[in-house]
Ligand binder design. Structure first.
Ligand code: PGA
Length: 263
């Protein structure tokens, strides 16, 4: 059967790459992947705010989509230090990550803040990539599903199905992310993607819920990427450290894309 969806593969470079490093990375990634058809592949990179405009000069949107790592929820106003959706659009980016674990747990963002950001992004025609995931403690207490459902129901509250259809969601368990993180097993990741899928179907109807791309993130690397991508509810991978060298990222793309197409 012909697949409707694309495979979503992307990286967030966190607070690591300068403007020059981002340009070098993107130029290399474009060269490394230029022979790979984008028909079934949605490739995206989320650099730092300061690099976004320069990043757009290096690559075309049809080659690599660019996103911001965060966003304020007002268009303009007395919000020193925030970046508005208008400013993100001005850089040429059309994607915005919302509620990454580091924003929620280090910078203490709440579900209500994420909700306002998601709604604001949609108003400005930016694709929101909402990140959700339980902590180690919540997992230990058997509260993972409740936590995911709360983050989704609160973060997506009030959206119409046609708005929700534009969303991307990343499942990133907090305990799996970054140095010292343990990647979720393919079984565990698929189970939680199932919880997320059922929740968005319940909120927005089966047809819309089925279409929303669900990406897994948290210590993805060359070895576990192939098994993760073959699970039914995993539509893509959101990769950190293992994708920050263009060659390693391209090698993951080359390995998983054919597997996903055959899935
Ligand atoms: P990691 O990062 O792949 O380095 O664990 C994932 C993320 O923070 O999105």
């Amino acid at each position: 059967m012909e697949k409707q969806k694309k495979l979503y593969l992307g990286t967030n470079t966190k607070m690591y790459k300068t403007i020059a490093q981002t340009q070098k990375f993107l130029t290399r990634l474009r060269e490394e992947t230029e022979d790979i058809s984008r028909e079934k592949l949605e490739l995206f990179v989320i650099p730092s705010y300061t690099a976004l405009y320069h990043a757009r000069q290096c690559v075309q949107p049809h080659e690599i989509r660019l996103g911001a790592q965060n966003m304020g929820w007002e268009d303009t106003g007395q919000f020193s230090g925030e970046i508005s959706p208008l400013m993100i659009r001005e850089t040429g980016a059309d994607l915005v990550m919302i509620g990454h674990s580091e924003r929620r747990h280090v910078l203490l963002e709440t579900d209500e803040m994420e909700r306002k950001k998601v709604a604001c992004a949609l108003r400005h025609n930016l694709t929101p990539l909402l990140c959700v995931g339980e902590t180690e403690e919540e997992k230990r207490l058997g509260l993972s599903d409740e936590r995911l459902r709360t983050q989704l129901k609160a973060g997506l509250y009030g959206l119409a199905p046609e708005e929700a259809a534009k969303l991307w969601i990343a499942y990133e368990p907090v305990w799996a992310i970054g140095v010292g993180g343990t990647p979720a097993s393919k079984e565990y990741a698929e189970e939680k993607h199932g919880v997320i899928r059922r929740c968005v179907e319940e909120l927005f109807g089966k047809e819309t819920g089925r279409k929303i791309p669900l990406l897994y993130g948290g210590s993805v690397h060359g070895e576990n990427a192939p098994e993760l991508i073959q699970r039914e509810n995993i539509d893509g991978l959101f990769i950190g450290r293992a994708a920050w060298q263009a060659e390693s990222f391209a090698s993951i793309i080359r390995t998983v894309l054919p597997l996903w197409i055959r899935r």
